[in-house]
Design a protein around this ligand. Structure first.
Ligand SMILES: Cc1cc2nc3c(=O)[nH]c(=O)nc-3n(C[C@H](O)[C@H](O)[C@H](O)COP(=O)(O)OP(=O)(O)OC[C@H]3O[C@@H](n4cnc5c(N)ncnc54)[C@H](O)[C@@H]3O)c2cc1C
Length: 452
């Protein structure tokens, strides 16, 4: 929730690189016990956390083991997709560009590549992702498996740009799929929650490399909603973050530009430290919440910056939180958002973090929450030290009433029957899952509950 989004600094990249290097040195035979996601909300004492170094090692693990196997990427999902008492497999060592087609603007990556690495490598070959999420530390496989998205009326989630995938199924078989090869499996695998097998390679349709101009404006919430509604077709990317108790919102727009890069605004304070301080204070003294939200709106000034798309997209999220997000039909987005904020105020919900409002275009992946409909994505966050249940309990029924579909990587309480009602291809997905994994080895208890 920062205003002056910073370029991914060299030190951040180095830290990421170092972390990845450290992980990569753990061979498949050196298991690590115990796992937790980014927010700390999902943990498990699994039998082993394995880091195969190549496809043969991965296949050997699958063939020689029994029991549940789950893949993990960056561990940035809030929902219980990864935890298992069985084996967790990380493809941290499967990273980097494999090849590219400069005419079709397609590129094939090892699926464990983090978005940060992939988008930087794309820039070097003159390509760019169509859009990116708020952060770029997710793995490609993880982001694609949950239909990760950014914002923009004409921009689809990342999974919509998959051209081909290589899957290693539970029995160790290698299956390539695309529109022309195993087309049904391909439709299922585009957003597959790690339930069909382990994705080792992915080919993405990209576009020419481009630069972006980012503008952040702070304004009253009602003005922000009006501005976003009126300008949603003018900017390729538009979104707002609203602080319902402070009645202020930050509107962020991105547009393509050829203008020279602008230097990074010099942050005079550490925004993550400020956010942590404010969230902590509001937690301990709830009566300060509205005042702090208002103050934050005053601290944050309008800003602008220009640079390569892959440097402009990501934010640094250092203050942990838990999140719920639903995708509602685009035409109802503003109304739903208004109702959510009214409920937050009416129930005096104890939350400092802002609500986020974004646009995502329709696609055709079977389990994409954007399947067949242009959507508005509405998310609510709670500081990781606070219980999120009271907030999500009030907000979730509102978003469901608007026909919302939850983000696969974020918290929700939908069950098998609910999913079946909102996904026209739910049973098709289950059929394919049963075919490629007849013994249900890729299903942890959460997936078993919703898919069994
Ligand atoms: C701070 C923060 C900001 C976020 N911002 C956004 C945002 O702007 N937009 C958005 O849409 N989402 C956002 N998310 C959610 C995030 O993008 C998704 O949850 C994404 O799936 C995380 O990717 P990951 O690599 O961490 O995957 P994980 O969380 O590790 O795994 C996600 C799923 O992918 C599967 N998986 C991982 N690797 C493989 C593999 N090799 N083969 C098969 N399956 C695999 C896992 O089994 C699991 O089901 C955010 C999350 C956080 C914590």
């Amino acid at each position: 929730m920062s205003s002056r989004r910073q370029f991914l600094s060299r030190s951040t990249l180095l830290a990421l690189g170092a972390a990845m290097g450290q992980r990569m040195s753990l061979a498949a035979s050196e298991p690590k016990i115990g796992w937790s996601n980014w927010s700390g909300g999902q943990t498990c004492a699994n039998q082993a956390l394995l880091y195969p170094q190549n496809e043969n090692e991965l296949i050997n693990i699958l063939k020689s083991s029994s029991g549940i196997v789950r893949a993990v990427g960056g561990g940035h999902s809030f929902s219980p997709l990864v935890p298992t008492q069985g084996t967790i497999i990380s493809l941290e060592a499967f990273n980097g560009l494999i090849g590219h087609d400069p005419n079709r603007l397609q590129a094939t990556f090892h699926a464990g590549s983090r978005i940060a690495q992939a988008s930087a490598e794309l820039w070097n070959i003159g390509q760019g992702l169509f859009n990116e999420a708020d952060i770029n530390v997710q793995s490609l496989a993880g982001a694609l498996s949950t239909a990760t998205h950014g914002t923009g009326r004409g921009l689809q989630c990342m999974s919509a740009h998959i051209v081909a995938l290589k899957l290693i199924t539970a029995d160790g078989s290698i299956v390539n799929c695309s529109q022309s090869e195993h087309p049904e499996l391909f439709q299922a695998a585009k957003v597959s929650l790690g339930a069909l097998g382990i994705i080792t390679e992915v080919t993405l349709q990209n576009r020419r490399a481009y630069k972006l101009k980012e503008q952040i404006q702070v304004m009253p919430i009602t003005a922000a909603m009006q501005y976003v509604d009126q300008n949603k077709d003018r900017f390729s990317h538009i979104e707002f973050m609203a602080f319902p108790f402070g009645h202020r919102a930050m509107v962020k727009t991105l547009e393509e530009t050829q203008d020279p890069d602008s230097p990074l605004p010099d942050p005079w304070l550490d925004e993550n430290a400020l956010l942590d301080f404010a969230a902590n204070t509001a937690r301990e003294y709830p009566w300060t919440n509205a005042g702090l939200q208002h103050l934050l709106g005053l601290f944050v000034s309008d800003s602008q910056r220009i640079g390569p798309s892959w440097k402009i997209y990501p934010s640094t999220r250092a203050v942990r939180f838990n999140e719920m997000e639903y995708q509602v039909p685009a035409s109802l987005g503003m109304q739903a958002c208004e109702e959510v904020m009214d409920a937050m105020r009416q129930h005096k919900l104890d939350v400092f973090f802002p609500l986020e409002f974004r646009y995502v275009a329709a696609d055709d992946a079977w389990l994409s929450p954007f399947h067949g409909r242009d959507s508005v994505s509405i998310s609510v966050h709670q500081y990781y030290r606070q219980d999120y249940h009271p907030i999500f309990r009030i907000i979730e029924p509102i978003l469901r009433r608007y026909g919302g579909r939850p983000h696969w990587g974020k918290l929700n309480t939908m069950n098998a029957r609910d999913f079946q009602a909102i996904y026209p291809h739910w049973d098709d997905f289950k059929r394919i899952q049963g075919q490629v994994d007849p013994h249900g080895r890729m299903l942890n208890s959460y997936l078993r509950q919703i898919l069994a």
